[in-house]
Design a protein around this ligand. Structure first.
Ligand SMILES: [Zn+2]
Length: 66
């Protein structure tokens, strides 16, 4: 039976895709995984997904500042 070599204690649930990942960034105490971070960066303003991401980020912002 194989054991994981090390447990990643930095895993967190991404607030955009709700997937538990270890790689990503924390903004105002909230976690955004590297996949979503890259998606946000490459999303065009004209893309309807951009609006979705902005809403997610707004939610973080409001929770952090309230
Ligand atoms: Zn994500």
């Amino acid at each position: 039976m194989q054991k994981p070599l090390q447990q990643n204690l930095n895993e967190d649930v991404c607030i955009v895709c709700n997937v538990r990942r270890s790689a990503g960034i924390h903004i105002w105490g909230q976690f955004i995984c590297d996949v979503c971070e890259r998606n946000i960066v490459k999303t065009e303003v004209s893309d309807e997904k951009y609006y979705y991401y902005i809403q997610k980020l707004k939610k973080i912002w409001l929770e952090a500042t309230s």
